[in-house]
Every structure is written in structure tokens, then in C-alpha cells.
Write a protein of this length. Structure first.
Length: 417
């Protein structure tokens, strides 16, 4: 006989036994009540007799119900034990059969099947396949371990090193003497594309002399300079074609208007008239010189003259800018404008080399820096490498030795008079 049919017979037997015991209990209740009524009518028992009778009847009913419950429990336990044994030995295909989903109430909780209490004389409920499937699914759900979400493994690829930009300007072993004075002593510089490289140092340190040799304005006594792999002295035309130079204290053609000066600078670089006028207008707007283009340069302030000279340096779109003191005599607003233009220029692939006495401005503007003292490079590299945990000004003063001199001047506090 299949296991399912055997289970149904067992359940039917257990429920029949329970119904029989329940019927006996009900008959006992009815008989006890009849006897009690007869005793009251015939003999007129006292309240004490009634109470005794009630207690006896309660004890009998309790014993009867307990016996009936025990009988049903034993029968049900035996039936479930036999059914479980049969289920475990059943075919694997029956165990693998799909099971119906549980019904859920409005609150999202699983509904449990409710069985109506059997009435006297009613047929006992017969367990159905759906009931068994629900019970089996519940046991399987309770026994199944909670699902765990697996994380995807993180990539173990090594971090790629940052690619260095190519060197666009290199100076090696530059030396320059003025009589017995060694102005520049074995200076080496390496400037990479897309950077703003600052050259700082005290007055007379050799900054201007170094930049003049780098741009081909001054021939060195020793050493070499290359711009985009072109030697400044062996191939000056190719090297200078990629340069834009703003010397310190450059004399401008101050009898020309601003527009004429820009146009002249553009044509010297080989630009046609239409391109020269278009770029002149763009640069004048960027530097805030639009209304001053019609005026003579001689009427410009020092700051305005600096900006028109920088515009003339940029008009042919050079690959490398070399600017000697571009922020000298420039107000903070104009300095901010120049800084923004230079940053936009380097983002497009241009390269800037500049000198300045303003340590704060160089620290804020430049990516790399070289400190020159006494014609020698005492520190060179990225801004972080050079200054460490100090400000650029503190590092500069430390290398230049200015504080040592100040500390030796104790007489300054003697106050004569």
C-alpha cells in the first residue's frame, strides 16, 4: 500500500477513537444531570448534597476527558511516527515533487489551516494532500539554513603608477660668470609638460640670468638647454618657435596702441591679419583690457603694461611660456586673472616657467619649484617635496639663511638717543 494511503487510514483510526471517547463523555454528562434532577425532585436533598453530587460529577467528567485526550494523543503520536517512517523510506521522486506555495493573509503572515471542532455524530476530518504538502513545506522551510548573499571578490589588480609627462625644457650644467663673479654655478632644471614651474630666490641669486640663458637671450659659459629636444644654441629657430618669453623690465613700443602692439606681435610670429585681430580681441577681453586697446601703451599703468606684454607673449600660442616676474607691480585682482589664464593654458597641455618674489603666490600657483641661492639650486622638485611640512616661505628663509643674520643683530634693540 502506498505511504499516503497508509497515513490516511492511520489518521482516520485515531480520529474515530477520539470521537468515541468524546461521545462517552457527553453521555456521562447527560446521565449525571438526569440523576441530579431526579434526586432534587424526589428527596429534596440539601445544598450540601447538591454540592457533593456536583463534585463527584466534575471528577468523573475530568477523568473521562483526560482518558479520552490521552487516548487520542497516543493514537495520533503512533500514527505520525508510522507516517514519518513511511515518508522517509518513500521514493526520492515523491520527495522532490514541487510543493504548493503557502497562502498568506493581508499582514504578510502565513495562514495556518484551521480545523473545525468535530460535533457529535459528525464525520472526522480526513487529511488531504494539500494539508500534508503544507506541513512538509513548513518543516522544510524551518530546517533550511538562511540564505547568505555572496559578495563579489574585489579586484586584486595592482595600482598603476602615475605616468610622468614628457620633459619639454631641460637645462644642464649652466654656468655664467661676470668677470670674477660666478653668477650661475652648475644649474640643472627639468620641467615637464603641463606644469607651472616656479623659480624663487633672493635678489641677486641668479634667477634672471638663468632664465635669460634658458630662452636664448644670454649665451652661457658652459652647459646646454633644450626645448622640445631642440638645442637653443645649435637650433635656435626651432627652439624659439615653441617659446613665449616675457623678460623682466621689458621695454614695449609704448607709442603704439594696445591693439597695434598685439597685431604687430602676431605678425612677427607669422599669423595672418584676421587671426591676429581675433586673438587680440580674445586676449584683451580675458585680461580686462578691452576699453584700453585704443589707447597708447605709454598711458597704461604698470599693471596694465604687464598684462598687455603677457597678452603679446601668448598671442602665437606657444608650447612653453617663460615669464620673469609676471606678477610684479600687479594688483591682486589682476594677479588672480593672470593665474586663471595660466592654469587654463596648462590644462590644455602648455607649460609655464616663472620667477617671483612672492612665496605665497608661487606656493598657491605652481606645481613644482626650484630655490636658487648664490647661483646654485639648493632645492628642486614638486612643491610638496621641497617644502615638506613647512610653508614655502619658511623653507626659503631656512635655505637662504636670512634668520641667522637677523638673530646676530642683537644691537638693533639698543635704541640710541
Amino acid at each position: 500500500m502506498p505511504a499516503r494511503a497508509e497515513n490516511e487510514d492511520v489518521y482516520a483510526t485515531a480520529d474515530a477513537a477520539w470521537m468515541t471517547e468524546a461521545g462517552d463523555v457527553d453521555d456521562a454528562d447527560t446521565a449525571a444531570a438526569a440523576e441530579d434532577d431526579a434526586a432534587d425532585d424526589d428527596t429534596g436533598d440539601t445544598d450540601a448534597d447538591d454540592a457533593a453530587t456536583d463534585d463527584a460529577m466534575t471528577d468523573a467528567t475530568t477523568d473521562t476527558r483526560t482518558d479520552a485526550t490521552d487516548t487520542r494523543t497516543d493514537a495520533t503520536t503512533d500514527a505520525r511516527s508510522d507516517a514519518t517512517t513511511d515518508d522517509r523510506t518513500d521514493d526520492a521522486m515523491t520527495a522532490a515533487a514541487p510543493r504548493p506555495a503557502k497562502a498568506r493573509n493581508g499582514k504578510g503572515r502565513t495562514k495556518r489551516p484551521t480545523k473545525a471542532a468535530p460535533r457529535t455524530g459528525a464525520e472526522p476530518p480526513v487529511p488531504t494532500d494539500a494539508d500534508d504538502a503544507t506541513d512538509d513545506a513548513g518543516r522544510a522551510t524551518a530546517a533550511a539554513p538562511p540564505a547568505t548573499k555572496k559578495r563579489a571578490p574585489r579586484s586584486a589588480a595592482p595600482k598603476q603608477p602615475q605616468t610622468l609627462q614628457p620633459v619639454v625644457l631641460a637645462a644642464s650644467g649652466l654656468v655664467k660668470r661676470y668677470g670674477q663673479t660666478l653668477a650661475v654655478d652648475e644649474v640643472d632644471l627639468e620641467i615637464r609638460q603641463g606644469s607651472i614651474f616656479g623659480v624663487v630666490g633672493p635678489n641677486g641669486a641668479g634667477k634672471t640670468t638663468t632664465l635669460s640663458m634658458v630662452t636664448g637671450l644670454l649665451r652661457p659659459d658652459a652647459g646646454s638647454v633644450t626645448v622640445l629636444d631642440h638645442d637653443v644654441w645649435a637650433d635656435p629657430t626651432a627652439a624659439k618657435r615653441s617659446l613665449g618669453v616675457l623678460p623682466d623690465r621689458l621695454r614695449l613700443f609704448d607709442r603704439l596702441t594696445g591693439a597695434q602692439l598685439l597685431y604687430y606681435s602676431a605678425t612677427l610670429r607669422g599669423l595672418d591679419g584676421a587671426t591676429a585681430r581675433k586673438r587680440s580681441a580674445d586676449l584683451a577681453e580675458a585680461f580686462g583690457l578691452g576699453e584700453a586697446l585704443g589707447r597708447q601703451v605709454a598711458d597704461y599703468s604698470v599693471g596694465m603694461a604687464k598684462k598687455i606684454a603677457l597678452a603679446a607673449t601668448l598671442i602665437h600660442s606657444p608650447r612653453v611660456l617663460v615669464l620673469d616676474e609676471p606678477f610684479e607691480s600687479v594688483d591682486p585682482v589682476s594677479a588672480a586673472t593672470i593665474t586663471d589664464i595660466l592654469r587654463r593654458y596648462t590644462r590644455g597641455g602648455g607649460t609655464v616657467v616663472l620667477s617671483s618674489h612672492s612665496m605665497e603666490l608661487v606656493q598657491r600657483t605652481c606645481d613644482s619649484v626650484a630655490i636658487i641661492v648664490g647661483g646654485r639650486v639648493l632645492a628642486s622638485g614638486t612643491m610638496a617635496q621641497v617644502r615638506g611640512r613647512k610653508s614655502l616661505e619658511d623653507k626659503f628663509v631656512e635655505l637662504a639663511g636670512g634668520r641667522v643674520v637677523a638673530e646676530s643683530m642683537e644691537w638693533l634693540h639698543s635704541f640710541s638717543g
